[in-house]
Design a protein around this ligand. Sequence first.
Ligand code: NAP
Length: 285
Amino acid sequence: MENLYDVVIIGSGPAGLSAALYAGRAKLKTLLIEKERTGGQIVTTDEVANYPGSIRNATGPSLIARMVEQVEEFGAERISDTITEVELEGKIKVLKGEKGEYKAKTVIVATGAKPRQLNCPGEKEFIGKWVSYCATCDADFFTDFDVYVIGGGDSAVEEAIYLTKFARKVTIIHRRDQLRAAKSIQEKAFKNEKIDFIWNSEVKEIKGDGIVESMVIRNRITGEETEIHANEEDGTFGIFVFIGYMPQTDLFKGILDMDERGYLITDEDMRTNIEGVFAAGDCRK
Ligand code: NAP
């Protein structure tokens, strides 16, 4: 049968690439489908300091390039396409993309998750530089700098606490006057002398010339706008955005079991509710 693969993997972040490596190495006819660029979220990271074995100024793109080389060595095919429709029931699964149709005995969903963005002017320009969505990845770069954390949920407050180990000061900017985070987490944050709060405020714009230099915030009650400037000596500050995550699983709604937030539910062996369909990586609960 034309285009029939043993394994088709949707998504080419580290989870998809790992799956392709193992499937290729097991001599299975393997296809890796990538939507935009290979690598997923990690390619937006300038420096990868905490991936085991990844040293000497590894960047997200350089780490992914090595993973891709390894995948290709083991014979997995790669194609760039956006899957728009799936038929997963039955022994042969059919994936319909914008460019073609693919058939597979087994499908691995590795579509990942994306941090929700502020969608304000300037945000995109500084992603991976001074705007971050991952404290464990980037906190170290902000040692002795001022840092602003946007959000009021568990992630924002926990990550703010974590960031105090590195930053000179951490200011949480939240759009309401009460945190959503669990009380136990809130208590720790209120006790932490390095954490300040700006309430009822949202980020309107991030500004700078190649580096974040200031940020405009708007008080949602008074409408007043304030521009926060970097400390003159530092010249910049960090912005960490934790306003929720969005698993990239819309395509599977009503087909694969997912939790209320859209994360795919699997058993310990990564099996979804449909035989021959697996999920791996950040799209998985
Ligand atoms: P979350 O609970 O959805 O909180 C998102 C926060 O961002 C909320 O405070 C929300 O404000 C704010 N927000 C949303 N959209 C915004 C926007 N456009 N502009 C500004 N602020 C915005 O997300 P999360 O903190 O990532 O947590 C996700 C889930 O993981 C939760 O169920 C959480 O309990 C869980 N989690 C648990 C732990 C733990 O147990 N240790 C740690 C991390 C996460 P409002 O409050 O006004 O809606």
